[in-house]
Design a protein. Structure first.
Length: 422
């Protein structure tokens, strides 16, 4: 059962973006509501989302305009992450277990980010790109064979998750037999609000089970690499040191949760959304293929803007402050809706049109500038670049069926999406 929220200090906005029913609408329908909020002065105040955890939250401020998202993201002294980064009321310790250093503030966040960053040596990056190139070719080999044998394949359920999962597994040395277990845990963790993965009554133990699976893989790998170092990212991570600090096994377990979720689900969703959009816009696919190497980087930016795999992150005001003329009291939650910022009419011409020629493209699909800008953005771009080279050059004529979406206020996800040869 859900937990009743405390009394709000102010009236809630007439447009309800907290109710689960709102998030059952499609992306375009939801943005009609966000567009109305963007058009109003200031920020809007909304009730807490239904929660399975006891909490004292009275509501949150919705940050829906591109410029306001940028402002909050850049000013980490005024808007902290350590009190939680989820719109959904949830204990901070669970959020930290799910997001590791995303739920920290500088200087602690800076130290952990540096610890991870220094593990990505130039040699490691070259090795990772070689692995990605090979994985993309192998995955599309499998996809082509599957399509030729069966006619129709569920790209979202069977193939879009293979690229990021193989990349992560190769990077840190996950055994092939453990890959599906990790992918399943990630999908069910971030689809927890979807009844297909867990009922409301099962949601809390379900979350803890998936967290334990992912963290367990990380701690086991860390222990193994200390005993038997190899030429992989996990060995670099256990040996990385900043200001005399190394990651503990518990911290590496938390990093595994972050890597598995941010590194897997985001790229998975972007590839499904982008493939569907390119099939719907064959003239753009043809334009891209006419000079793929020169055009793919700009196209990937539109893939991410269009799909916006991560819908939101939250912050909390550290002191009384103001955003867009609205007073925010110390301790109050603000939720940055990237889904809204990426459709802001004041920034993007024809925001509801997919356009891989769009330039400039200052989307917030990787978050906005600031200390929490996405650490894995270059890795995600690399994966999408190599995967779409294989997909578009080897499968030039496919059809895409109706996607089935994840019911979630956090992930803009596709659960199932059939594709077939024409």
């Amino acid at each position: 059962m859900t937990v009743d929220a405390p009394t709000s200090p102010r009236p809630f906005h007439r447009l309800d973006i907290s109710a689960p029913e709102f998030w059952k609408n499609d992306f375009r329908t939801r943005d009609d509501t966000f567009a109305a909020l963007r058009a109003e002065d200031g920020l809007s105040w909304h009730p807490p989302t239904p929660s399975i955890f006891p909490h004292a939250e009275t509501g949150f401020w919705a940050v829906t305009r591109h410029s306001d998202i940028q402002h909050v993201s850049r000013n980490h002294e005024l808007f902290c992450s350590s009190q939680g980064v989820s719109m959904d009321p949830m204990p901070a310790e669970i959020q930290r277990a799910m997001t590791f250093f995303l739920a920290m503030d500088p200087p602690e966040h800076t130290r952990y980010r540096r610890l991870i960053n220094i593990a990505f040596t130039p040699r490691q990056i070259r090795l990772i790109e070689d692995q990605i190139r090979t994985s993309a070719r192998e995955i599309v080999d499998e996809l082509v064979a599957d399509l030729e044998a069966n006619g129709t394949v569920d790209f979202a359920a069977e193939y879009s998750r293979k690229m990021p999962m193989r990349t992560i597994s190769d990077m840190i040395g996950v055994a092939p037999e453990d890959r599906e277990k990790i992918a399943d845990a990630v999908e069910s963790l971030f689809g927890a609000s979807d009844e297909e993965y867990s009922s409301l009554e099962e949601r809390a133990p379900h979350l803890m089970t998936q967290l334990a699976i992912l963290a367990g893989v990380g701690t086991e790998l860390a222990a193994a690499r200390r005993e038997d170092p190899r030429d992989d990212l996990m060995t670099n991570i256990v040996n990385a040191e900043v200001d005399g600090h190394r990651l503990t096994d518990e911290e590496i377990g938390a990093f595994m949760v972050l890597l598995g979720s941010a590194g897997n689900d985001t790229t998975k969703q972007a590839s499904s959304h982008a493939l569907a959009a390119l099939v719907d816009h064959p003239e753009q696919r043809d334009w891209l293929l006419a000079d793929f190497d020169a055009r793919i980087d700009g196209a990937v930016e539109e893939f991410v803007r269009w799909s916006t795999p991560v819908i939101h992150f939250a912050r909390h005001a550290t002191e009384d402050t103001e955003v867009a003329g609205t007073r925010i009291d110390a301790g109050e939650k603000v939720v940055l809706f990237y889904c809204s910022g990426n459709r802001d009419e004041s920034v993007f011409h024809r925001p509801h049109e997919f356009d891989i020629t769009r330039t400039p493209n200052p989307h917030v699909g990787f978050g906005a500038p600031g200390p929490h800008s996405c650490l894995g953005r270059q890795l995600a771009k690399m994966e999408l670049r190599h995967l779409f080279h294989e997909l578009l050059t080897r499968l030039p004529d496919i059809s895409v069926g109706e996607p089935e979406y994840v019911h979630s206020d956090f992930v803009h996800g596709i659960k199932r999406m059939p594709i077939s040869l024409r």
